[in-house]
Design a binder for this molecule. Structure first.
Ligand SMILES: [Zn+2]
Length: 226
């Protein structure tokens, strides 16, 4: 799962004006992947390229106990939620940040081959939808479509910035799905992944500055009228 992970970030932003900023939520949505690719570069966690291992990509994610176990993702969520709480002094913001981080594992569970764990142990989990492009592609598009629909419905501001964000996300996703797949492992793989996330986070951060939650916007209006 790639852009589908951002659906919970968009939904959290739509849910309440107290949610963290959109850029922060985009970091939350991919926090365990950001950590995973950084760990791959450092040699703490590992992947290799095995062409044909599953229909939609050649990644054999054989060692990721700290980022892609349920326990690990939950702890990353707790840590990130506490950091957001410390900065914003807003419990609702902290809780949403933690929930969005943890949502990553559940969405990965749908598409990954059995390479996820509960606690880093030998039992591997994954429902393997990446073997069924005709299910996985519409699922991911539906998730991100729903996320943007909620976000646009519940925020006020110009529509251009979110459209640019959607366009770049779809472009990156198309490359991820349809470009020729790497034949062997190289440092470029985690670096390109990290770069793509950085671009999407920067765009989301910008979009977040152009739109306000409809309830916050309504309050500002009411105050102005008085
Ligand atoms: Zn992941």
């Amino acid at each position: 799962m790639y852009i589908g992970h951002f659906a919970p970030a968009l939904a959290a932003s739509a849910a309440t004006p107290d949610a963290p900023r959109l850029g922060t939520l985009f970091v939350a949505a991919q926090l365990v992947d950001l950590a995973f690719f950084a760990f791959v570069i450092m040699g703490v966690e590992n992947m290799r390229v095995v062409p044909g291992i599953i229909a939609m990509n050649p990644m054999d994610l054989y060692h990721m106990p700290y980022t892609h176990s349920l326990l690990g993702a939950t702890l990353w969520g707790l840590g990130f939620g506490l950091a957001v709480l410390a900065v914003t002094r807003n419990l609702t913001a902290g809780i949403w940040a933690a929930v969005v981080v943890a949502s990553h594992w559940l969405l990965d569970l749908l598409v990954h081959r059995p390479d996820l764990t509960l606690d880093g142990g030998p039992q591997k989990l994954g429902l393997g939808l990446w073997d069924y492009p005709l299910l996985a592609i519409p699922l991911e598009l539906a998730l991100i479509g729903l996320g943007f629909w909620l976000f646009l419905r519940n925020s006020r501001g110009p529509v251009g910035p979110p459209l640019i964000l959607v366009a770049v996300m779809l472009l990156f996703q198309a490359v991820n799905w349809f470009a020729p797949q790497p034949e062997e492992m190289s440092i470029a793989l985690p670096l390109v992944a990290l770069l793509s996330y950085a671009i999407l986070v920067a765009l989301a951060r910008w979009v977040g500055t152009t739109r306000r939650h409809r309830r916050a916007a309504g309050l500002a209006m009411a105050r102005y009228r008085r």
